[in-house]
Design a protein around this ligand. Structure first.
Ligand SMILES: [Zn+2]
Length: 79
């Protein structure tokens, strides 16, 4: 499975996205507006983490998933 087809949170945490999501194997693009200063960050989330984002809200979600945020920041910085 190519990295680009993977949920950003699962990838950062080494989770098995396919096991976690079973048949609901869809990725949804989400835009986070509050995490990076001055620009929006795009993340791909699997069904499970998409719901988690919805429930926790953006700020709590990124504090729960600092590893994902770190990857996001370094990725955006290098492009
Ligand atoms: Zn995930």
């Amino acid at each position: 499975m190519a990295e680009k087809d993977y949920c950003d949170v699962c990838l950062a945490q080494g989770l098995d996205s396919h096991f976690l999501n079973g048949k609901k194997n869809v990725l949804r693009k989400n835009i986070l507006y509050k995490v990076l200063v001055g620009k929006a960050a795009t993340v791909k989330l699997c069904h499970v983490h998409d719901i988690e984002l919805f429930h926790l809200g953006e700020k709590r979600f990124v504090t729960e998933h600092v590893e994902m945020l770190r990857k996001l920041v370094s990725r955006d910085g290098s492009s």
